[in-house]
Design a protein around this ligand. Structure first.
Ligand SMILES: [Zn+2]
Ligand SMILES: [Zn+2]
Length: 216
């Protein structure tokens, strides 16, 4: 099946508004977004929360996915599990059915065959990815999520406080340890550690910018 070039063009225009230049990874994102939605039998771009996409890297690729599917982090329909891979899993939130879409091995080299007139590899990929047949470009496989979809999505309005740092935790992301409720940072390992430096004096920042009513 041939790729509808006017559809892709519309996606690139949308992606360019957030990305400012179309690059090969934006194209891959656009095509992966369309292919994933199609196998899921879902029309895109979506304006609801039926489709959740879990991407395996951040960066340019995300612009193409967002523009083609309408999914986004702020709508809680897109998230990143950073494996450093240009790939993504499409989940039907109602049924939990999931497919994973990734570029086929050797896709860079194969793209060159679709743009033989381009001398630079970058431009050959940019063009090749747009016109390559789906089965040469991507692999699509059924997958089973390791966690139930309901626990991945969670529910609005649930919140608890960490018994160590007392910060609020939403979306049931707390950890239970010895009968106590902890945030993931306190339960560890966290992506950050507390610095040995003096804490930043927030009242100085506040007083500098606006009257807090607390100072002199
Ligand atoms: Zn880019
Ligand atoms: Zn905590």
């Amino acid at each position: 099946m041939e790729m509808d070039q006017s559809l892709l063009k519309g996606i690139f225009e949308k992606a360019a508004s957030s990305h400012n230049k179309i690059c090969p990874r934006v194209v891959l994102g656009g095509r992966i977004g369309l292919a994933g939605a199609e196998v899921m039998g879902m029309e895109v771009p979506r304006h609801d929360k039926r489709l959740l996409i879990i991407l395996e890297t951040d960066g340019c690729f995300v612009s193409g996915i967002e523009a083609s599917t309408g999914c986004s982090v702020n709508h809680r329909t897109l998230r990143v599990e950073d494996y450093g891979k240009v790939a993504g899993t499409f989940v039907n939130v109602k049924t939990g059915v999931a497919v994973r879409v990734a570029p086929r091995r050797g896709v860079r080299e194969r793209a060159l065959n679709y743009a033989p007139e381009e001398k630079k590899r970058y431009f050959a990929m940019l063009k090749g990815y747009q016109v390559m047949p789906l089965d040469e470009l991507l692999t699509i496989e059924d997958v089973v999520l390791s966690k139930p979809i309901n626990s991945i999505i969670s529910r609005a309005g649930v919140r608890v406080n960490c018994e160590n740092c007392s910060e609020e935790i939403i979306n049931e992301r707390e950890i239970l340890q010895d009968g106590k409720v902890y945030c993931q940072a306190c339960a560890g390992p966290a992506y950050y550690q507390t610095s040995p430096n003096e804490p930043i004096a927030t009242e100085l920042i506040i007083n500098h910018g606006m009257s807090s009513g607390l100072g002199d």
